[in-house]
Design a protein around this ligand. Structure first.
Ligand code: NAG
Length: 227
């Protein structure tokens, strides 16, 4: 009888810890058209999680997924043309956060800022305000910040270097804003991405580029989901 009870308690504990491990994690992909329109790297990322048996996720945001060739969990916060500095000047993020209540934010932003010649300092100041808003929404927010993909649009010869300058400044900024309760993890989506072959227009990932962006997020996102 005692052995039976011990066994039942053991099974109950195992189920409880399983339940805990599988509680749903709400993930917001925040960015511009690279993230939202269509942002098929999110579809590939979602499928990669499914294939690995990581199904306790819900992608959230005020925008619907777009067609990427298969059904996936597509809600997102990828607003075409948006600047980080614009999100902050219009105070848009608090409303998006309160509608979607994410546990994890994965942010790929700055492309349109550098295109509009915003300085790294101005962009990182905007990132800082956004991090404060994320923590106001959830004190334990897990924040993944991309070192963004390289760009080579035909109308901006300087943009390639501006992206490098922004990406170079991100780690020190992130470390200065980091807390144990709400960790910021820098995700390198720049290395290995070639705008000549991984985009059609110098900016937006094609199929090859989408796979690379899915791959750069995957490991850090899995850590955030399991952590
Ligand atoms: C922030 O701290 C976490 C540990 O809490 C660490 O994993 C992460 O790399 C740190 N981020 C930065 C940018 O230093």
């Amino acid at each position: 009888m005692v052995r039976f009870i011990v066994h039942v308690v053991g099974v109950a504990l195992a189920l409880a810890s399983l339940g805990l491990a599988q509680s749903q994690v709400r993930i917001m992909a925040l960015g511009d058209s690279i993230t939202g329109s269509p942002g098929c790297w999110r579809a590939l990322l979602w499928r990669k999680l499914q294939t690995a048996g990581i199904t306790n996720t819900k992608f959230v945001g005020t925008l619907p997924g777009q067609g990427c060739g298969f059904t996936y969990d597509g809600a997102n916060e990828g607003h075409g043309g948006i600047l980080a500095t614009g999100i902050v000047s219009r105070k848009e993020l608090p409303g998006w956060l309160s509608s979607s209540k994410p546990d994890v934010v994965m942010m790929h932003l700055g492309t349109n800022d550098v295109w509009n010649n915003q300085s790294p300092a101005a962009i990182l100041a905007a990132f800082g305000t956004m991090v404060d808003w994320m923590r106001a929404s959830k004190p334990g927010m897990k924040i993944l910040v991309a070192q963004i993909i390289p760009m080579k649009p035909s109308n901006c010869a300087q943009c390639g270097q501006r992206v490098i300058d922004l990406n170079t400044a991100i780690p020190e900024w992130a470390a200065s804003k980091n807390t144990t309760e709400s960790p910021i993890v820098v995700v390198d989506c720049w290395t290995g991405f070639n705008p000549a072959t991984d985009t059609g227009d110098g900016v937006h990932p094609n199929n090859a580029g989408s796979q690379k962006v899915a791959d750069c997020w995957y490991g850090p996102l899995v850590t955030a989901i399991k952590g």
